[in-house]
Write a protein that binds this ligand. Structure first.
Ligand SMILES: NC(=O)c1ccc[n+]([C@@H]2O[C@H](COP(=O)([O-])OP(=O)(O)OC[C@H]3O[C@@H](n4cnc5c(N)ncnc54)[C@H](O)[C@@H]3O)[C@@H](O)[C@H]2O)c1
Length: 437
């Protein structure tokens, strides 16, 4: 202790320089407190370890405040046998089957796509961070469904480079279906960094793992119709301009398309971007209008219907989930192999982008009247001007290219699709307590 005294007294002016002798107290509020040297040593050690903890903490937070590792592994959350589970889940039924990593597999589109792949005999491993952007109970219920079909979902973040490296080491993925993202346009005003975390950082981390893998997988990923932003030429074609995003969400999807271009160009990764147009259906997303309108109509709560400038009708090219999933599978089946290996490009690789829409925009007022009919409840409607939150007034897909190259042919009209959604909604929530709605 005597050896420590000079050091500590240098750090803390209140520590006595000799027994019974105090330096004059500094002019702050704690001047009446007396500090014992041993107490100060412990305080010093406590501060040191606190500082060490802060320095070592990961910097990013995902929705709901859940901290996620960025460049380090979060393996502690995984069961000890996760590698064996991933290997089993990845095994296709036949030799010609694909081996696909589906990111965002506990999400709406991801769970449907993973099931469809598994059902036709492909090997599938899911990955999802189960973030709290919307009810995690729904994500867990989707996981249970996938578990029963033999699809294992790894509970991890796409930013976990160490985990991805390990995963690509133990499974030779032929394809990656990348659907993990921070979705939703309006939430960007509350939590902008979650969009950068998942849609930009996360995408790059995943592409790095794909590029380093040997063989490199072919990648199909979800962009969005939102990249058309303020484009007013309809229907939206892949050749139209996409340099005027109306929201941060759209900007991150557009950034994803540019990032995809550079990884294709430098490393020979085969990459296909799919611009989805308002996907809906059973096991859907609670933040989307058709979903929360259903909830609010059933509860007798007022619903807000937005109008564009001069009372312009807001319309969406609603696309049924099964049609979108067929488009996803077809994109995987027609994807050519990546040309690189171990981070080196051996030749030019395929780079594609397609609209996956329904080609028939429906006004939101029509969506509400279909729901009223199916639910047999009159909605309490309130018409309001559209707030400036990044939403666009109109979306309408030109799907000529997807039809020609992917054989994509949507067949479900909005009324048929909503009927299936409402049936699912009633059976899913009907069995739960009303307070959980
Ligand atoms: N549903 C639509 O109408 C629509 C329209 C256009 C584009 N998209 C895109 O399609 C994809 C799927 O959308 P969805 O509707 O299924 O959304 P979703 O939110 O239901 O699914 C996304 C899943 O990704 C997971 N996730 C998010 N960030 C992650 C991260 N950093 N690491 C691991 N997992 C993460 C979430 O937990 C979620 O389960 C997204 O890329 C979305 O942007 C969807």
């Amino acid at each position: 202790m005597t050896q420590l005294k000079p050091i500590l007294s240098h750090l803390d002016p209140i520590i006595p320089s000799s027994t019974g002798k105090f330096k004059s107290p500094p002019p702050y509020a704690f001047h009446r407190l007396r500090f014992h040297p041993r107490l100060t040593l412990w305080s010093f050690l406590f501060l040191f370890f606190l500082l060490l903890f802060v320095i070592c903490s990961p910097p990013a937070a995902s929705p709901g405040g859940k901290r996620r590792s960025l460049q380090t592994t979060g393996h502690s959350r995984l069961p000890a046998n996760w590698e064996a589970k991933a290997r089993n889940s990845a095994r296709p039924v036949s030799k010609s089957g694909l081996t696909v990593l589906v990111t965002g597999a506990a999400g709406f589109v991801g769970s449907h796509a993973a099931l469809a792949l598994k059902n036709r005999g492909d090997g599938v491993v899911g990955l999802d961070n189960f973030n709290t952007y919307y009810e995690t109970g729904l994500k867990k219920a989707r996981k249970t469904l996938l578990d029963r079909q033999g699809v294992y979902i790894i509970d991890a973040d796409i930013n976990d480079a160490v985990l991805l490296g390990k995963l690509f080491e133990i499974v030779r993925f032929s394809h990656v279906m990348h659907l993990a993202a921070q979705a939703g346009v309006r939430y960007a005003m509350q939590n902008p960094s979650s969009y950068i975390h998942s849609n930009v950082n996360g995408f790059v981390t995943l592409l790095e793992a794909c590029k380093n893998s040997n063989p490199q997988p072919a990648i199909v990923w979800a962009s969005s119709s939102s990249v058309y932003g303020l484009n007013s030429k309809v229907p939206f074609s892949e050749k139209d301009r996409t340099d005027q995003p109306a929201s941060l969400y759209a900007a991150t999807k557009k950034a994803g398309e540019e990032i995809a271009h550079s990884y294709n160009h430098i490393y020979g990764l085969s990459i296909t971007g799919l611009r989805f147009f308002t996907v809906y259906g059973p096991w859907g997303r609670p933040d989307m209008a058709y979903y929360f309108f259903t909830k609010d109509i059933l509860r007798g709560k007022e619903i807000k219907i937005f109008e564009g400038a001069d009372h312009a009708t807001v319309a969406r090219d609603f696309t049924y989930i099964d049609d979108v999933v067929k488009g996803c599978l077809s994109a995987l089946d027609t994807a050519k192999k990546s040309t690189g290996s171990g981070g080196k490009k051996a030749g030019p690789a395929q780079l594609r982008v397609y609209n996956l829409g329904n080609t028939s925009p429906v006004p939101v007022s029509k969506l509400v009247s279909i729901l009223e009919k199916l639910l047999k409840v009159k909605a309490k409607k309130k018409l309001l001007p559209m707030p400036r939150n990044g939403d666009v007034v109109f979306t309408h897909a030109n799907i000529t290219l997807a039809r020609k190259e992917l054989g994509y042919k949507p067949t479900t009209d909005l009324e048929t699709g909503l009927k299936k959604f409402v049936k699912w909604y009633i059976s899913y929530y009907g069995s739960k307590k009303k307070s959980a709605w």
